[in-house]
Design a protein. Structure first.
Length: 226
């Protein structure tokens, strides 16, 4: 087991360094997220709306589109370089690859949110006097966890297929509908201070994250053959 987690850490560290080295991909994702902030804030300024109420929905739609761009690189880096088979042989257990790449994708998503959320807060003019900060961050983390898990699994399934870049978002959106609903409603509950009314959706998010983390981990030998 220590050897297992040691390999997970090494692959995770390799992927994180690759993301930092391929600076233009990370910056491109961040710039895309920032552009979504400006477009959303401009659109909402043209209509009368309660920004505190629409903020969670606008935030998660933007995170979803930015994540679609970011998560497609989980396995595509090795596939483009022709080193995917070598990495599979070196790791020995394909579950190691899933965990490492999932954790790297989650890290990239969290970095994106650290940049985007304060901008959303400022440009949308969110006041949220009853904000439950702990519940808000928990909702963000659980939603990001599910996004990263689904994105990593689907990228492993589609990376070797023709038209993978077009196929990835088409497959991802239907699977993410329950997650996005739960994340939006939990974030809304945190912003309005009505946490108890959304606790059921927290359990949905936990169940979703558990299923789409454990299942690919156990079946990743077949997932990569997708």
């Amino acid at each position: 087991m220590p050897n297992f987690w040691g390999k997970v850490y090494l692959v995770y560290l390799k992927d994180l360094k690759d993301e930092i080295r391929s600076f233009h991909h990370l910056v491109g994702t961040l710039v895309f997220g920032v552009m979504l902030v400006f477009i959303s804030s401009y659109a909402l300024q043209l209509v009368e709306s309660d920004t505190d109420r629409v903020f969670p929905a606008v935030l998660w739609v933007s995170v979803y589109f930015a994540a679609t761009l970011a998560l497609q690189r989980a396995f595509s880096k090795e596939h483009e370089k022709g080193s995917l088979d070598a990495l599979l042989l070196a790791s020995g257990d394909r579950g190691i690859l899933f965990l490492a790449k999932f954790l790297c994708s989650l890290t990239v998503l969290l970095i994106l949110e650290v940049v985007v959320i304060p901008l959303f807060w400022v440009f949308l003019g969110v006041s949220a006097p009853d904000l439950n900060m702990g519940f808000f961050f928990a909702s963000l983390f659980l939603g990001s966890w599910g996004l990263a898990a689904i994105g990593t699994m689907l990228n492993g399934m589609t990376v070797q297929l023709p038209g993978a870049r077009l196929l990835f978002p088409v497959l991802m959106f239907p699977l993410l509908i329950p997650l996005l609903m739960g994340a939006i409603l939990c974030s809304q509950g945190a912003v309005s201070g009505e946490v108890q009314s959304t606790m059921g959706w927290v359990y949905v998010l936990l169940a979703f994250d558990f299923v789409f983390t454990i299942t690919p981990l156990l079946l990743f030998d077949y997932v990569l053959e997708g």
